[in-house]
Design a protein around this ligand. Structure first.
Ligand SMILES: *[C@@H]1O[C@H](CO)[C@@H](O)[C@H](O)[C@H]1NC(C)=O
Ligand SMILES: *[C@@H]1O[C@H](CO)[C@@H](O)[C@H](O)[C@H]1NC(C)=O
Length: 190
């Protein structure tokens, strides 16, 4: 009977094709920086912390011991994202990913916990826009984004402007510019 197992040559070709496919479909990540000149939030990075997005500070994240043992944990305290057209994802490696959503009751921009798709009822996941310029991109949300509730350490919580929800007068509108990155900044954000 004739063997149907692939010859070494076809196996190599197949592997090369798969590697090419992986490299051309690798997720493009981007970091984001808030812009509003002459304001305290100007040029601070956007960071994931305690299931919310902030302007300023560092990220909070977690990487399991088994992954640490393989030296596969991203070694950063920063935050990046994927998607950005329609929906926005966290730049997280954890299987299932982490989705950014807007809390419909207050407009807070949040993200799902690792291994969970839980979101409050009516959570808004779409409406994100990402336009590319020559040197950087611009990330937006259809109704606008603001930074609110400045903390003692100078960070601002990010909120989406939702119809019918009055935000505090201290909230500041900003533009988020993006910079491409090739790797996720965290195994998972916490
Ligand atoms: C960033 O990545 C996007 C998507 O791949 C691309 O369209 C854009 O030109 C890149 N921007 C820069 C400044 O390299
Ligand atoms: C800011 O903080 C106050 C007090 O904790 C809270 O009531 C409010 O919902 C927060 N958000 C905005 C947008 O002001």
């Amino acid at each position: 009977m004739k063997s149907t197992s692939p010859t070494p040559t076809t196996t190599t070709t197949l592997l090369a094709a798969i590697l090419l496919l992986i490299s051309t479909t690798t997720a493009q990540y981007f970091a984001a920086i808030a812009i509003r000149s002459a304001s305290p939030l100007h040029l601070q990075t956007i960071e994931a912390r305690n299931e919310r997005l902030w302007i300023g500070g560092t990220s909070t994240h977690y990487c399991p011991q088994q992954v640490q043992a393989l030296h596969d944990c991203p070694n950063t305290h920063e935050t990046n994202f994927g998607g950005g057209t329609g929906v926005l994802y966290m730049g997280a490696i954890v299987p299932g990913g982490q989705q950014v959503y807007i809390d419909p009751t207050c407009g807070a921009v949040m993200y799902t916990q690792a291994h969970s798709a839980f979101m409050p009822q009516g959570a808004i996941i779409d409406g994100w826009t990402l336009s590319q310029g020559e040197n950087f991109g611009v990330l937006g949300w259809q109704g606008g984004l603001v930074g609110c509730n400045e903390t003692a350490d100078g960070s601002w919580e990010i909120y989406a402007q939702l119809p019918g929800i009055q935000l505090s007068r201290e909230c500041l509108g900003f533009v988020a510019i993006t910079v491409n990155e090739t790797k996720a900044d965290a195994w998972q954000y916490t």
